[in-house]
Design a protein around this ligand. Structure first.
Ligand code: SF4
Ligand code: SF4
Length: 343
């Protein structure tokens, strides 16, 4: 997605028009909506439903491109093996995606585009339109700055929105995004808006307190598989899998068939899986490659540090979700810091 050079500006009403235009173009639009003290990507039809100052949603927008559970196809055993057509994926527009989640989607795109391509993910992704949103605040669990995945972002969106105080700067990131902005007749503006945006981002960078720089971390972690931090941390771990289920870069899934009672028809389903769960590495005859909790915790963190099979595709973008939603208060940045010899 090459970045176009034209810039536009609008106000809240303009953002509302954008959402309505997407809906009239056939998109199901999702945006960050506040419920209680948390935010969720939910279907929206107006900008009034959206919190443009949100920090992070519970589940990342990944849930709309790589759903937690999906039916792949139906099958029937007759004379042969009949398989139903693949269901048509809904055309989604993701409104208000933060930089760390944009980076995570880029990694998922690369992962699922490898040979053999994943037709289910790619069908949804090709039709999707992504509207990024520059963060206006960070909390104590954000660390994208140290990961190089935010708060600035230059790719991975069709349009990027930034609140520059006296309106919203709109930067097209694709031909589709540019066409949309032009069709809405938004006012064109000059580079001074980019300068205003940059100033806000520089200010925002001062608010980050947590960090986990990637430099050398993968090699270090790989060379310290016996460090006591793994077992000590795992003593608190409940093996609940929350950390990987909320992670925007975890992509592992399980595929299974659900058979009807007649044993002649059924559906094939895929569901997100987690390497933190005992069953994940289970093999025939009761074998398990990661029977101990510390092995599973270590494996998951190594993956997030960029070591495991997924390499960079599944490494951490610093969104902070796994820290916020871990019932045992386990923080992978503290583990990384122990490995580096701190604490
Ligand atoms: S490992 Fe944690 S902080 Fe990093 S991307 Fe995943 S959920 Fe976010
Ligand atoms: S969320 Fe926390 S307790 Fe649950 S598996 Fe992950 S590290 Fe363990």
């Amino acid at each position: 997605m090459g970045k176009a050079s034209q810039l536009f500006k609008t106000d809240l009403k303009g953002l509302d028009r954008l959402i309505k235009k997407l809906r009239s173009d056939g998109y199901v639009v999702y945006g960050p909506v506040k419920r209680g003290r948390s935010w969720f990507f939910l279907e929206i039809d107006s900008v009034k439903q959206v919190d443009l100052n949100y920090v992070r949603t519970v589940l990342p927008p990944k849930k709309l491109l790589h759903p937690p559970r999906e039916k792949l196809f139906e099958f029937k055993l007759g004379d042969g093996f009949e398989v139903s057509e693949k269901p048509m994926p809904p055309t989604v527009a993701l409104f208000g995606v933060h930089p760390c989640d944009l980076k995570a989607i880029e990694r998922q795109d690369e992962f699922f585009s490898q040979t053999p391509e994943d037709p289910y993910y790619l069908a949804r992704r090709r039709n999707a339109l992504i509207i990024g949103l520059t963060c206006t605040r960070v909390d104590e669990n954000c660390f994208c700055l140290s990961r190089g995945t935010g708060p600035e972002v230059s790719t991975g969106f069709d349009i990027l929105i930034t609140d520059v105080g006296n309106g919203y700067l709109l930067e097209p990131g694709s031909a589709k995004g540019l066409e949309l902005l032009k069709s809405l007749g938004f006012q064109e503006v000059g580079d001074e808006y980019l300068e205003a945006k940059q100033k806000l981002i520089e200010e925002l960078k001062k608010s980050f307190t947590k960090q986990m720089p990637p430099e050398g971390l993968a090699e270090l972690a790989k060379s310290m598989l016996e460090h006591e931090v793994w077992k000590e941390t795992a003593e608190r771990c409940l093996s609940c899998g929350n950390c990987s289920l909320v992670c925007p870069t975890c992509y592992c899934f399980d595929v299974y068939d659900v058979l009807e009672l007649n044993l002649r028809s059924g559906v094939r389903v895929r569901e997100l899986d987690s390497c933190q769960l005992l069953e994940y590495a289970e093999v025939a005859l009761g074998g398990n490659f990661r029977r101990n909790r510390f092995q599973r915790l270590r494996h998951w963190m190594l993956c997030k540090f960029g070591v495991a099979g997924g390499g960079l595709y599944s490494s951490c973008v610093g969104c902070g979700r796994c820290i916020v939603y871990c019932p045992a208060n386990i923080d992978l940045t503290e583990v990384a810091s122990r490995l580096r010899g701190g604490g």
